[in-house]
Design a protein around this ligand. Structure first.
Ligand SMILES: O=c1ccn([C@@H]2O[C@H](COP(=O)(O)OP(=O)(O)O[C@H]3O[C@H](CO)[C@@H](O)[C@H](O)[C@H]3O)[C@@H](O)[C@H]2O)c(=O)[nH]1
Length: 86
């Protein structure tokens, strides 16, 4: 189920700045190394710097596992109440 097909985006689907879990882990480790010599509260915002729609992510998934013949059927439903696109 894709939530919302009426966003002001190229394919009308909500955008997020998705980050690969390995990149996230690397940055988290880098951040942890940094705080060993600092005090206080720190906030890091991690992003790839490019938005991708839920639809693009699903199509990329299909392509990545395409040799197994995976196809994701999509149903576009209404937006989730508090969902906002990039
Ligand atoms: O079955 C699904 C699941 C998600 N989505 C959409 O995919 C996008 C990403 O959804 P989700 O993975 O739930 O992430 P966010 O909405 O970005 O929320 C995450 O990021 C928020 C801000 O950091 C946190 O508060 C939430 O707990 C955390 O889930 C959104 O547009 C959803 O509407 C769908 O279309 N279908």
């Amino acid at each position: 189920m894709v939530f919302g097909g009426d966003y002001d985006t190229p394919d009308a689907i909500c955008l997020r700045d998705y980050v690969h879990v390995v990149d996230l882990a690397r940055k988290a480790r880098g951040g942890a190394e940094n705080i060993t010599w600092r005090t206080g509260v720190f906030r890091w915002i991690l992003g790839f710097g490019k938005g991708s729609s839920v639809l693009e992510v699903l199509r990329s998934f299909e392509k990545a596992v395409g040799q197994q013949g995976v196809h994701v059927s999509l149903v576009v439903d209404g937006r989730q109440s508090d969902d906002r696109s990039l």
